[in-house]
Design a protein around this ligand. Structure first.
Ligand code: C2E
Ligand code: CA
Ligand code: CA
Length: 565
């Protein structure tokens, strides 16, 4: 601040000069300060103000404060603000401003009017703090719990809801119903009329559904064409099932296409058909498949004896057991590349499974299933062991020291002896713990607890690297990041996809990178497919990238070819 101007401001206050100097120093260090005259022209700014707005002092002094206007707030917002301070009162609020380079930032703002001898405000002091990170986190939270396409709450949101419903009813045993339904032959519509029509169709379904139950957040979109409805009053099951099916009695028209569609709907009821989220899903799924056998619009409430008629779950479970026993899983390795040098720094191990009857099963499908049927820890131990053996082989044969990252399920890490398991695998395979990285999803930390912190600390003390996977999708744990001794964050692929879509996608990635750097963590960007994405990430000082742009996950043989290159 220029001193002459400062003294001028300070003299108007009823403090000793020393006290005022102290207050000034304190404010100057922490807050973003500006003074405007009664018409709104800026007369004074501190360094923080220049930093955040990216304007120099010379560019600001004498200018109207609207130079920072972002266009975010309606005119009435500022009218109300001026009315308050014009009347001599203090105004508090959150303002979205635009910096010189076009980026947006949020400031929590207090504006204090100062009075002349006639008792009229003649200048205003604004004291601001930067709340951009908090605002972005809220946005991340919304994305994490909602489906992009339809705007409906998503699977994650549903799981939370069901857990709550169950917890609230544990004592009373009060019932609620879950509808699980999908569109019959959706694939035909999607493939036949194109994805564009498919997307419009799903959006329209969501719109019609929310019309039949205006209660917020009662319909959820799962994957693709699967939806869920939660009904608290089970006496309405028949009525509501008919209303949901009624949505499909009218035709759908997009562009020049008009068509009819139908659904198969399964109902499960808490607590009689399941007392856990998993069990409710399972029984609703069985009921839905029973409805499917009838063809056309149908709904079926789960019954005990359906278990025999539908053994898809049992089959998959048996297959997984066998695959473990016969060692028929495989690991592929996707290179992790240093963005500055373009060199391979490490790899992520990804499990692969091809069953003789079921064909290739993507991990996205069988891993959640293995978690539900209690097989995930055995699979996790197999993966850890196999990856460790591979680390040893690569070090011995090629003299390379690639750190290999292994995905760890939240269920596996929750086992009381998880740390011992890892320790004994490291000892048995005789590798350096520095060569091993564990990727845990943010979701593991949603149920943050002391025990988990202790585990992560002791793994880290052993020299193992810890990364947070799918960062940005499990928001509720963000505040715990500070307490978790992790090394890096992996930005979820969905954010990278948005990077080149619009400026908000880019802002989100920037926010995550600066958050990570503020916490001293490395950043790995996942799913980088385009040169363009890479360029933006480089500019934003992201450290590592993974993605098809550099390489798909590779079999051991192909990875070794890459090493030799
Ligand atoms: P993830 O941990 O987020 O792994 C990254 C996924 O993104 C992998 O899918 C990878 O093949 C894919 N990917 C990498 N680069 C690109 C890209 O540029 N574009 C696109 N579109 N995709 C890319 P994958 O192998 O199908 O694995 C899916 C998920 O299954 C993994 O997501 C992880 O959550 C889980 N998973 C895989 N292997 C294991 C495992 O050994 N244990 C556990 N617990 N989970 C695993
Ligand atoms: Ca991963
Ligand atoms: Ca990931």
């Amino acid at each position: 601040m220029q001193d002459s101007q400062h003294t001028q401001v300070l003299e108007t206050l009823d403090f000793s000069v020393q006290q005022l100097q102290d207050i000034k120093a304190a404010l100057d260090q922490t807050a973003i300060l500006a003074v405007t005259d009664q018409r709104g022209a800026i007369t004074l700014v501190n360094d923080h103000f220049c930093e955040i707005s990216k304007y120099s002092r010379a560019e600001l002094i004498g200018k109207d404060h609207r130079i920072l206007n972002s266009g975010y707030h309606p005119k009435s917002f500022f009218r109300e603000m001026w009315r308050t301070i014009g009347n001599g009162q203090t105004w508090n609020g959150e303002i979205c401003n635009r910096a010189k380079d076009g980026s947006l930032y949020w400031v929590k703002t207090t504006i204090v009017p100062f009075f002349n001898e006639q008792g009229k405000p003649y200048q205003y002091i604004s004291i601001r703090t930067d709340i951009t990170a908090q605002k972005n986190i809220k946005k991340i939270a919304h994305i994490a719990y909602h489906d992009d396409l339809t705007g409906l709450p998503n699977r994650r949101s549903l799981t939370k809801r069901l857990e709550n419903e169950i917890k609230n009813r544990e004592r009373s045993g009060e019932k609620f119903a879950m509808f699980f339904f999908d569109v019959n032959r959706f694939k035909n519509i999607n493939d036949g009329l194109g994805h564009k029509v498919g997307d419009l169709f799903l959006k329209e379904i969501a719109r019609r559904l929310t019309e039949i139950d205006i209660q917020v957040e009662s319909f959820y979109r799962m994957n693709g064409d699967e939806f869920v409805y939660v009904l608290e009053d089970v006496t309405l099951v028949d009525e509501m099932a008919n209303r949901v099916m009624g949505v499909f009695r009218e035709s759908f028209t997009f562009y020049d296409y008009e068509f009819f569609a139908s659904i198969s709907l399964g109902v499960s009821i808490y607590p009689e058909h399941g007392q856990s989220v998993t069990k409710l899903f399972k029984t609703a799924d069985v009921a839905m498949y029973t409805a499917k056998e009838k063809k056309g619009n149908h709904y079926v409430v789960y019954k005990e004896n359906m278990r025999g008629t539908n053994d898809r779950w049992l089959l998959l479970e048996t297959k997984l057991h066998k695959a473990l026993r016969n060692d028929s899983f495989e690991l592929h390795y996707q290179p992790k590349v240093n963005i500055q040098t373009n060199e391979i720094e490490g790899a992520e191990a990804l499990i692969r499974w091809t069953d003789e009857d079921l064909g290739y099963m993507p991990p996205d499908q069988f891993i959640p299933f293995a978690e539900q049927v209690g097989l995930i820890s055995a699979i996790g131990r197999w993966v850890l062991h196999t990856a460790a053996k591979q680390i040893k082989i690569w070090a011995d044969t090629y003299g390379v020291n690639y750190r290999v990252a292994v995905n760890i399920s939240p269920i596996h890490i929750a086992e009381p002896d998880f740390v011992e398991q890892v320790k004994s695998i490291i000892e048995e395979t005789n590798i350096s713990p520095m060569m091993l990285e564990l990727e845990i999803t943010e979701m593991s930390m949603v149920d943050y607890n002391e025990e988990l912190t202790v585990k992560i600390k002791s793994l880290k003390d052993m020299g193992i690297t810890i990364a947070i996977d799918d960062f940005g999708t499990g928001y509720s744990s963000l505040s715990y990041l500070r307490e978790f001794p992790v090394n890096s964050l992996k930005i979820d692929r969905t954010f990278i996809q948005d990077l080149t879509k619009d400026s908000s996608g880019e802002a989100m990635v920037s926010a995550i990178i600066s958050l990570a750097h503020a916490l001293n963590l490395d950043v790995v960007a996942e799913g980088v497919e385009k040169q363009e994405e890479l360029a933006i990430l480089k500019e934003k000082n992201c450290e590592f990238v993974q993605g098809y742009f550099f390489s798909k996950p590779l079999s051991v043989a192909d990875f070794e070819k890459k090493i030799q290159e």
